[in-house]
Design a protein around this ligand. Structure first.
Ligand SMILES: Nc1nc2c(ncn2[C@@H]2O[C@H](COP(=O)(O)OP(=O)(O)OP(=O)(O)O)[C@@H](O)[C@H]2O)c(=O)[nH]1
Ligand SMILES: [Mg+2]
Length: 260
């Protein structure tokens, strides 16, 4: 596939369990369609029981997670690993199916257990083969969690490790903004714009050992993470989707990220 000639964007949606990946996949696709854009919704989560959208391509049609779990006597996570490995074996088939559609946006919903997707070979196999053209990673943040200094630092650490793992242009999506007070969003944006402001809050709000640790981690990863934009959205009200779309096109047209 010749990415350079393709108009297509491929968006991989990642985030911790329950961060709202599937809801965002469906809602952003609806929004794009309302803007006269064509989309293809791909479900890469073999263990999803129900989805808040109708996938156009679904790995559950390629593999049977429940059967793998029972026949191989595996626990839920080991079964998910085995199932994803099975899907990866057929990645060319999957990629061919996805890439045969001429759409503006391919939206890929990834499995709930982030670490199984992000820290195993299979995740990178999917991001490499599936979809065409310009690829981008969305990393979902939960504002309820991130509004606490040490959690914000933990989330920065996770975001930077996802960035290093996939080496794709990335946007941090601060999701579910309809569900938290506006001051949480303002605080998170302030921290992401100024290390100094984050460090002041870490120093004021944490106990000694935790304070040192949080500050060290924040200082170590801040440069990486602050280069990844944060866009606040709600998948329920669709607030922020215009900005998310603008950021997607901007970040991709800015070209290769520095790490490449
Ligand atoms: N208020 C609010 N709730 C949301 C939003 N996005 C998702 N949710 C809720 O968050 C819960 C989890 O959403 P999912 O989309 O299933 O999250 P997920 O990351 O796909 O979950 P897993 O695949 O199981 O890891 C659901 O109850 C959603 O309705 C949002 O923008 N606002
Ligand atoms: Mg999901």
């Amino acid at each position: 596939m010749d990415g350079a000639l393709s108009r297509m964007y491929t968006i991989f949606i990642t985030g911790t369990a329950g961060s709202g990946k599937s809801t965002l996949a469906g809602a952003f696709s609806d929004w794009l369609r309302s803007q006269e854009q064509t989309t293809l919704l791909v479900n890469l989560d073999p263990a999803a029981l129900t989805l808040p959208y109708e996938p156009d391509i679904d790995v559950r049609e390629m593999v049977d997670y429940e059967r793998i779990m029972t026949t191989r006597r595996l626990g839920p996570n080991a079964a998910l690993i085995a199932t994803l490995r099975e899907v990866a074996r057929h990645v060319e088939e999957l990629a061919e199916e996805v890439n045969s559609h001429d759409v503006d946006f391919v939206i890929v919903d990834t499995p709930g257990q982030l670490e199984l997707f992000a820290y195993r070979r299979e995740g990178r196999i999917f991001t490499r083969y599936v979809g065409d053209g310009r690829k981008i990673m969305l990393f979902l943040l939960d504002p309820m969690f991130c509004a606490v200094t040490r959690n914000f630092v933990a989330s920065m650490f996770l975001a930077s490790s996802i960035y290093l793992t996939f080496q794709l242009p990335m946007i941090q999506v601060l999701n579910k903004i309809d569900a938290v007070p506006k001051k949480y969003i303002d605080r998170i944006e302030r921290w992401s714009e100024s290390l100094e402001s984050l460090v002041v809050d870490i120093e004021n709000k944490s106990k000694k050992v935790l304070m040192h640790l949080s500050r060290e981690i924040a200082q170590a990863v801040y440069d990486i993470v602050s280069s990844i934009p944060i866009v606040p959205v709600s998948s329920i009200t669709m607030e922020g989707f215009t900005e998310l779309h603008a950021m997607l096109t901007r970040i991709v047209s800015e070209g290769e990220m520095e790490l490449r």
